[in-house]
Design a protein around this ligand. Sequence first.
Ligand code: ZN
Length: 243
Amino acid sequence: MRCAILADIHSNLSAFTAVLDDIRQRGGADELWCLGDVVGYGPEPHQCIERLRHEKHVCVSGNHDLAAIGKIDTSGFNALAAAAASWTAWQLTPEDRLYLKGLPLTIEVGNFTLVHGSPRDPVMEYILSAYTACENFAFFKSRFCLVGHSHALAVFQYRAGSCSSDELSPDAELKLGEDRLIINPGGVGQPRDGDPRASYAIYDSATLVLRLYRVPYDIAATQTRMMQVGLPVQLASRLTYGV
Ligand code: ZN
């Protein structure tokens, strides 16, 4: 079984579509695993939800998904994210809201646990260091955990009570074995690791290989739409640099 792993689509239909096309060109996927934040920041929240619902998929809820339906308040968001969240809330159809409301915080599938932030705090915690990762290995039972939220590629390994993080190239191939891992496939709609291309992964359960991919997309088209709908200019310009 081949699973495409996507995190942080963030209402960026151009990036999302480019990733879906890339998956198809690589032979397709049996299922899409979405790690939350389908909406927020970008200009096409409804279209991204609709597009996602066309795919065979599972999806967990992210902090921006919850903010868009009023399930968390935006006091913990920076001003730009909060402005985008309240704009997003007005764009959703009743069906979109029902869909987001129905998303679980955690999904276990085979050897994987899927969360947006961290197993300890699926909504808000960022796993940015081996130290934080190490504390989180106690909070999930499966061998592997997939996270999003930081919008940056990362892999953390747990072995004999200690944790380490490995540098990942944008097209790294991870052969999954006995070691427990927490993996972040990077962000689709708003990458923050200095590479503006959309980031995602494909896992093949037959070979046990998880492969990362980076996909160029029409950044200018997304930025133009963001300006047309009145989203903050800083949110548009950061897409150019992947920060
Ligand atoms: Zn996010």
